[in-house]
Design a protein around this ligand. Structure first.
Ligand code: GLC
Length: 559
């Protein structure tokens, strides 16, 4: 490799020269940066302490400036809010606390003007117990909707089998009115729909069409792993030990990832394809790539973007661990497009997971560089672009998420990662003038949009640069992932390679400066595109590439 490195130019000035938009033969969702919004916490337009749809619309310019292509909004449909919207009581409307259908239509239209698509969250596994379908179903054993849910007799005065709810206790709830149990994988207020009943499948397809017709770009499908259960209700095997909610460790062998579930998902894909270029993202929680890969479908005819949650399970940053996590995806046997997720509304924010108290912001930049230079579609979580941290409840009385209330203090619930977006230094971080539904962490004084907007070296501006680079550099868009220096315990390095050019990414996963000799057979002259330490890493020789603690180098070799 010829090691001439032009110092020069900062990324943004050189972009127009280096980066021609690729001849795009990809569907939009393969090159899109997705951004998850928890609607209760993003922006509060009517100042009642909770976010809403008009709040999101008011921030579209911010999102455009950040560079995101699509927003996924966690459920905003009418709901008793037991699970903050994941208990839907009407799939075809907007909860009044978030606005109206007209507000949603406006969001979609305003998004379109800015090139931002809107993806909604379709809760397919269960409805709310307040949904009209369930109210009818539970009213009598003869109800027309009885078989839309899973009703069974008990066994000797006990639940029908040993299946446990993810949120604690038996997954069966006795209903005295009709003297049977109904099944709920999540809270008791979230009865599972019976997907073996074709009417349920038909109803959900109609719901999907309803939203596609309103211009929704796709769905994130909630809890798809659990939509089918063994009809014989075979007991699940029990493993030693207890889980985080204090129940015996159970292998969900007979109520999770049953092969039957792929058929209706393929049906939904047909509905999506018939409606134009729509995307289906899956909340797919398999333990390995092979499990996730099944959701692409045998002919890539199922979900385009089954989520890979493996990064969210990495508790400590380490180059070898991340290298191990990334490697299988490029050889993905199913040939599906990779998806990258670091944080979401159910997982501790990665800022908190990885902060070392000294290099916190630099680590946030390191992780951004990783997420946004890999081949595949990144799904960001609101606030990660400003280094938002978890703000976990300090006492049980403060907890809003029922998991936290039920299992305190072992499990504090998910409030910590769902706190209001930090917009500026004013009271409540500019989210609301009322009392916010969850408290803003003290870090909002420094980690907010307004402050970081002004600082060229902020996390926010680093994200903006990266997203812009990613969206315009052909190798970052389409290049093959090639791991480099695979034995290096400290620096994760890789190429994104096209026949005539390649981008080199080197990420220092340690708190010590590192010097690394990049071993690659790529030849050409190298230009620095981006570094997380502007002003310092001016000139770089790829045989002795210097990286600051948790430093980032992104350079391009052109033949
Ligand atoms: C999904 C959601 C989670 C919710 C659960 C039940 O896992 O991400 O927030 O509690 O489904 O709907």
């Amino acid at each position: 490799m010829k090691k001439i490195c032009s110092l020069l130019m900062l990324l943004l000035t050189c972009l127009p020269l280096l980066a021609q938009p690729s001849k795009d033969n990809h569907p939009w969702w393969q090159h899109a940066v997705f951004y998850e919004i928890y609607p209760r916490s993003f922006a509060d337009s009517d100042n009642n302490g909770m976010g809403d749809i008009n709040g999101i619309t008011s921030k579209l310019d911010y999102l455009k400036d950040l560079g995101v292509d699509a927003i996924w909004i966690a459920p905003c449909f009418p709901s008793p809010q037991v699970d903050f919207g994941y208990d839907v009581s009407d799939y075809r409307d907007i909860d009044p606390q978030y606005g109206t259908l007209a507000d949603m239509d406006r969001l979609v239209a305003e998004g379109k003007k800015r090139g931002i698509r809107v993806v909604l969250d379709l809760v397919v596994n269960h409805s709310s117990d307040k949904h009209a379908w369930f109210a009818d179903s539970r009213s009598s054993r003869d109800s027309k909707y009885r078989d839309w849910y899973m009703w069974r007799d008990g066994k000797d005065g006990k639940p029908p089998n040993n299946w446990q709810s993810l949120f604690g206790g038996s997954a069966w709830k006795y209903d005295p009115k009709t003297k049977q149990y109904y099944y709920h994988y999540f809270y008791t207020e979230q009865p599972d729909l019976n997907w073996r009943n074709p009417e349920v499948e038909g109803a959900m397809m109609d719901v999907a069409r309803f939203w596609f017709d309103r211009g929704i770009a796709g769905f994130r499908l909630d809890a798809v792993d659990t939509i089918y259960e063994d009809p014989k209700l075979t007991d699940n095997p029990i493993n030693p030990g207890k889980n985080s909610v204090g129940d015996p460790n159970m292998e969900d062998k007979y109520n999770k990832r049953l092969p039957e579930l792929h058929k209706p998902l393929q049906h939904l894909r047909k509905v999506a394809d018939q409606s134009g270029e729509r995307v289906l993202i899956g909340e797919t929680g398999a333990d390995d790539l092979a499990g996730v890969a099944e959701y692409y479908g045998p002919k890539l005819n199922e979900l385009q973007l089954p989520m890979n949650f493996f990064f969210t399970g990495v508790e400590k940053i380490s180059a070898p661990e991340y290298r191990r996590q990334i490697a299988p995806w490029d050889k993905n046997p199913a040939g599906g497009w990779p998806v990258w997720v670091l944080s979401n509304h159910d997982r501790v924010r990665h800022f908190t997971r990885y902060a070392d108290g000294i290099h916190n912001d630099q680590i946030a930049k390191l992780m951004a560089a990783l997420m946004l230079t890999l081949r595949g579609s990144p799904i960001m979580y609101y606030g990660e672009e400003i280094g938002m941290e978890n703000n976990d409840p300090k006492t049980r009385a403060e907890v809003k998420d029922p998991i936290g209330r039920l299992n305190w203090p072992k499990n504090k619930g998910r409030d910590g990662e769902r706190t209001p977006m930090q917009w500026d230094t004013s009271k409540n971080a500019g989210f609301t003038t009322a009392k916010p539904w969850l408290p803003v962490p003290p870090s909002y004084k420094t980690h907010n949009v307004a402050t970081q907007d002004k600082d060229p070296n902020s996390i926010l501006n680093f994200y903006r640069q990266l997203i812009k680079l990613r969206g315009t550099n052909p190798a970052l868009l389409d290049g093959e992932y090639v791991a480099l220096n695979q034995d290096d315990p400290n620096v994760l390095a890789y190429l994104r390679k096209l026949p005539d050019r390649a981008v080199i990414v080197a990420l220092n996963f340690t708190d010590k400066p590192q010097t690394v000799a990049i071993k690659s057979d790529i030849t050409g002259s190298t230009q620095m595109l981006l570094t997380s330490a502007p002003g310092e890493a001016k000139q770089q020789n790829l045989e002795s590439l210097k990286l600051e603690p948790f430093g980032v180098f992104v350079g391009e070799v052109v033949k």
